[in-house]
Ligand binder design. Structure first.
Ligand SMILES: [Zn+2]
Length: 282
């Protein structure tokens, strides 16, 4: 190993710009950065108004946490030179259809939905990130790795799911679940402004395609799937798994069919059917 190290150091004075160029060439080119100009970032704070998000009886309102992180993310991205559009910037209800229409009205744009998770099992915890179209997978991976690296929460993996806001958007679209507000530890963290700032900074890093350290392994029991993008690191965060939450008004459907399906344990991934998730259109 010592020899290998020496060999690597052999060309003593490789000019810095050459090293930077090599490093940059090794990074995958994400779909949304094909254009030279920065993309517009459409930030979608989940829920709002009468829609508190989460599950009935949940102490910490999801809609407030998502809005706060979204506003912080707006500030960070704006300061970094991005054009930022909010689907909501106050405590109002916006239909999923309107959120999608806003997103689809921008070209060279990406769509980032901020949510927090909920489950009837208080022990459920961790970060999960959703995408639907393959053009969104690299963005999902970047954001997910950043957010997981910035927390002590479990890595619940990157999941493909046909949520309305992901399925109906024509631009790269990602939905981040920033932890479980029904988990005492994660709820306590979410109530700290410094933690929400950290979440926003991490999501921004993902948007800006900053490199994240290798992730912790995903929670045991989740089934890995072949990622639709070239993996920039030697980790496999793409998983196939049912969401854990039950009875949540997340992202669209309130149908009893859906909530009963969610009652299945999240670890019973093996018999998951390959069907598209029917989301109700609002
Ligand atoms: Zn939500």
């Amino acid at each position: 190993m010592a020899m290998a190290e020496k060999r690597l150091r052999a060309p003593k004075r490789a000019p810095l710009f050459a090293l930077v160029a090599i490093a940059l060439s090794l990074l995958p080119a994400p779909a949304w950065s094909a254009s030279s100009s920065l993309p517009t970032v459409v930030i979608d704070a989940g829920h709002g108004g009468f829609d508190r998000g989460g599950i009935p009886g949940q102490a910490v309102a999801e809609k407030s946490m998502t809005l706060d992180v979204a506003l912080r993310l707006r500030r960070i991205l704006h300061d970094a030179g991005y054009r930022v559009v909010m689907t909501r910037d106050s405590d109002v209800f916006v239909t999923l259809g309107d959120r999608v229409r806003i997103a689809n009205s921008y070209g060279n744009a990406i769509f980032v939905c901020i949510h927090f998770n909920a489950a009837t099992r208080a022990g459920a915890n961790g970060i999960e990130t959703y995408y639907y179209s393959n053009q969104s997978a690299a963005l999902a991976a970047n954001i997910h790795r950043q957010v997981v690296a910035g927390t002590t929460s479990e890595n619940r993996g990157i999941r493909r799911r046909g949520y309305f806001v992901l399925r109906r958007t024509s631009i790269p679209a990602v939905l981040v679940e920033c932890g479980f507000l029904t988990n005492p530890t994660e709820a306590r963290l979410a109530l700290q402004s410094s933690y929400r700032e950290q979440l926003a900074q991490r999501i921004a890093n993902g948007v800006m395609n900053k490199r994240a350290p290798p992730n912790r392994a995903v929670v045991a029991g989740l089934t890995h799937v072949v990622p639709p993008v070239e993996q920039p690191f030697n980790t496999n965060d793409f998983v196939r798994a049912e969401p854990e939450r039950t009875g949540s008004s997340h992202h669209s459907s309130k149908s009893s069919k859906k909530s009963s399906r969610h009652k299945k344990s999240s670890t019973s991934t093996t018999k998951k059917k390959k069907k598209k998730t029917p989301e109700s259109d609002e």
